[in-house]
Design a protein around this ligand. Structure first.
Ligand SMILES: Cc1ncc(COP(=O)(O)O)c(C=O)c1O
Length: 440
């Protein structure tokens, strides 16, 4: 006879939502359709078509036994996590609906949401990295991620080895061997392979499939480190790294997923096996996103495919215009990759070239600044993935603190302008770039 947990604890589990419709007559529904209602049953909220914002710091238990059972799940005493809502530092309805919807895009078994992209990354690393461990990472990484690994985790005895994003399989084999040697010397383990693709700001792509093969060859299954990857630039529409061998995918949801430059949030997707420790760490340090932000993200996800498609089309048109302009020295746009290893990675991993690219103006800082100051539609701001077009100067802004030698090695030059194309009219954007280049 099946055990009736409710009878054992004297507590009904949370009211069960109606099962989600994910296919019709064997036809699987696409993520863009599922974004309208997946994970939410209006009948549990007075028929409200959209989820209400649940502004509460804590949740009432049906009985003391139910409370105990929830805490057994929260603290890991019983596998499977919390069965109900407990306390808003751990979970909440808006966050759980958002997690269900985010997971749809990459067919992830589990998802977690955070108060920022950086709090997602920090919680992931704190959960999986111990003293004397080694992190293997591609470079460059988003500057704050590099700082976190190189300057903060190192204070707690975690080391790292890095390799250029463009590395070949042979390079990956060599770097993993080096990392294993270092870990053995320190008495720790290789705790994680951390990737960012495309890299910020160079747009260099990492071969995730090759890294997966390299990791599988280098480690026995029981000591295999997870491969985590920051998919902020191409996800969720143009790249799904879980399908290419990654174990954990990270997002700054502040960018394309949020998409309106009006919120800050982060996400982590992957198998329960890898996300369990991250959930426990999030419970402990309280890096979950708040219910208002989760609600706004639910609204954003309804249009994410529309927004990203339009931004991608606009970027292709703007880049075609810029490519032939006499004042443009070059473009770092994934749609213009020449035959070679990077193009091969692009074709195997990506379904679109994105809308964030590097524009190299003929000249240096002065010419780039003149261009930026002359823009009338594009806003002069850092960040990306919003409905509006943004432009910035990495060498003088996001990467100002990076030492000159490292900047040079990464190709962060004084004539590099970073552009994130939005969903405005493409011809208007071309007119704006044209007049700004004329001012150079
Ligand atoms: C690739 C990448 N990862 C992570 C982050 C950090 O995200 P957040 O600003 O939401 O903390 C950013 C922010 O620009 C980013 O570009």
């Amino acid at each position: 006879m099946p055990i009736d947990n409710d009878a054992l604890t004297g507590a009904p589990a949370r009211r069960k939502p109606k099962a989600d419709v994910t296919e019709i007559g064997g036809h699987p529904l696409s993520p863009s359709t599922l974004m309208m209602g997946y994970g939410y049953d209006p009948m549990l909220s007075e028929g409200s078509l959209k989820p209400p914002v649940f502004l509460t710091s804590t949740f009432a238990f049906e009985s003391a036994a139910a409370g105990k059972r929830h805490f057994e799940g929260i603290t890991g005493k019983r596998p499977g996590g919390a069965e109900g809502l407990v306390y808003s530092r751990f979970n909440g309805p808006n966050q759980e609906i958002l997690e269900a919807r985010l997971g749809v895009w990459e067919k992830a078994e589990d998802a977690l949401v955070f108060s920022s992209g950086m709090s997602a990354i920090a919680t992931l690393l704190l959960a999986h990295v111990n003293m004397n461990d080694v992190i293997v990472h591609s470079g460059p990484l988003y500057a704050a991620t590099e700082t976190l690994i190189a300057r903060i985790l190192s204070r707690f005895g975690a080391a790292y080895v890095d390799f250029p994003a463009e590395a070949s399989r042979a390079d990956m084999d060599a770097i993993l061997a080096r990392a294993k040697e270092l870990a053995a010397k320190q008495g720790g383990k290789v705790a994680m392979v951390y990737l960012e693709s495309p890299a910020n700001p160079t747009n260099a792509l990492v071969d995730v499939q090759a890294m997966r093969a390299a990791v599988d060859a280098a480690f026995a299954e029981d000591v295999r480190p997870p491969i985590a990857i920051d998919n902020t630039f191409l996800g969720p529409l143009w790249s799904a790294p879980l399908q290419h061998g990654a174990d954990i995918v990270l997002y700054s949801l502040t960018k394309y997923a949020g998409g309106h430059s009006d919120l800050v949030a982060g996400g982590v997707l992957g198998a329960k096996h890898w996300l369990g420790p991250i959930r426990m760490m999030r419970n402990t340090i309280g890096t979950i996103c708040d219910p208002n932000t989760a609600w706004m993200l639910l609204r954003s996800l309804e249009t994410v495919e529309l927004r990203m498609s339009r931004a991608g089309e606009n970027a292709a048109k703007v880049c075609a215009f810029l490519k032939q302009h006499p004042k443009v020295e070059g473009l770092g746009y994934l749609g213009f990759l020449k035959e070679g290893a990077q193009k091969d990675i692009f074709e195997r991993h990506c379904t679109g070239a994105g809308s964030t690219f590097s524009l190299f103006i003929k000249g240096g800082e002065a010419e780039s600044f003149r261009f930026l100051d002359a823009l009338k539609i594009a806003k002069l701001a850092v960040s990306l993935g919003g409905t509006e077009t943004l432009a910035s100067h990495p060498a003088a802004m996001t990467h100002l603190s990076v030492p000159d030698e490292r900047k040079k090695a990464l190709g962060i030059t004084d004539n590099l302008v970073r552009v994130s194309i939005g969903i405005e009219n493409a011809d208007d954007l071309i007119a704006d770039f044209d007049q700004a280049l004329a001012a150079v």
